[in-house]
Design a protein around this ligand. Structure first.
Ligand code: ADP
Ligand code: MG
Length: 251
């Protein structure tokens, strides 16, 4: 396989400042290949969420170039159309699942397919049922969010994110709003997707999970990628004292 085909995400010289005092991302450079499962660890406030949000321009970078698949967007000069194209290539699962309250699990997953992708209803339903099966929520397809646990809602959220068939799935602390007993079912769902080769970037405080599931771990500190390597290297044998301190803190 050619190098270029494997490469899926490329971030070059990404900077983000909200104002001149808050430089949040400071020259992030990162290349992610297809099928990689990237876990991003790091203390609060170091720019992890901002990095994920810059990838789909939910937050506009101050400068830098982002490429996903065949779309490249340069913060210095870009069109609205390029941003819409870029957004088609990724899908984000948030900490709070934000399902539509007046729609069933099935309708929530169908929404992206009928509204965004303009698929016919029957086709959307077929895809949505398949995805609900994948996250183990088929039996509750007709339940409204209020009748689902947080873990179940998050699994529907994952099915919804998958519905647009993204090249890369982004997770921003997908289990941190859940009661402890519900974390496992969501992590298992993510693990299954990882095993199927889904390319994903996962911001998480679940170090054990990152160790088990990620193919590569990034440690962010102060708006920069302070370490990048295999889980064995970054988690089991951290050289950086900041990582050791962080791991002691979360474990
Ligand atoms: P993390 O996800 O690692 O906890 P964030 O990316 O959420 O960190 O935030 C990094 C820094 O950027 C924090 O200091 C935060 O206060 C600041 N920040 C994030 N979003 C905004 C915003 N919309 N306006 C101003 N500052 C922001
Ligand atoms: Mg965050």
């Amino acid at each position: 396989m050619m190098e270029k085909e494997k490469q899926l995400v490329k971030i070059e010289h990404l900077y983000k400042e909200f104002d001149s005092d808050t430089k949040v991302l400071k020259d992030i450079n990162l290349t992610i290949n297809k099928n990689e499962v990237i876990a991003i660890l790091g203390p609060s406030g170091t720019g992890k969420s901002t990095l994920l949000r810059c990838l789909n321009y939910l937050t506009e970078p101050t400068s830098g170039v982002i490429s996903i698949s065949d779309v490249t967007v340069d913060a210095a000069h870009h069109t609205k159309k390029e941003i819409l194209e870029l957004r088609k290539h990724s899908s984000m699962v948030f900490q709070s699942y934000n399902l539509f309250k007046n729609k069933t699990a099935l309708e929530n997953v169908m929404e992206a397919l009928t509204q965004v992708q303009k698929k016919p209803k029957a086709e959307a339903e077929k895809i949505a049922l398949e995805l609900l099966g994948k996250v183990g929520m088929l039996e509750r397809k007709d339940f409204y969010p209020s009748k689902l646990s947080g873990g179940q809602q998050q699994r529907v959220g994952i099915a919804r994110a998958l519905a647009v068939n993204p090249n890369v799935l982004l997770f921003d602390e997908p289990t941190s709003a859940l009661d402890p007993e519900l974390v496992g079912e969501v992590l298992n769902t993510i693990k299954k997707l990882a095993e199927e080769g889904t390319t994903m970037i996962l911001v998480t405080h679940e170090v054990g999970f990152a160790r088990e599931v990620a193919t590569r771990v990034l440690f962010m500190d102060g708006g920069q990628i302070a370490a990048d390597g295999t889980p064995e290297k970054i988690i089991d044998h951290p050289e950086n004292p900041r990582i050791r301190q962080f791991l002691n803190f979360v474990n």
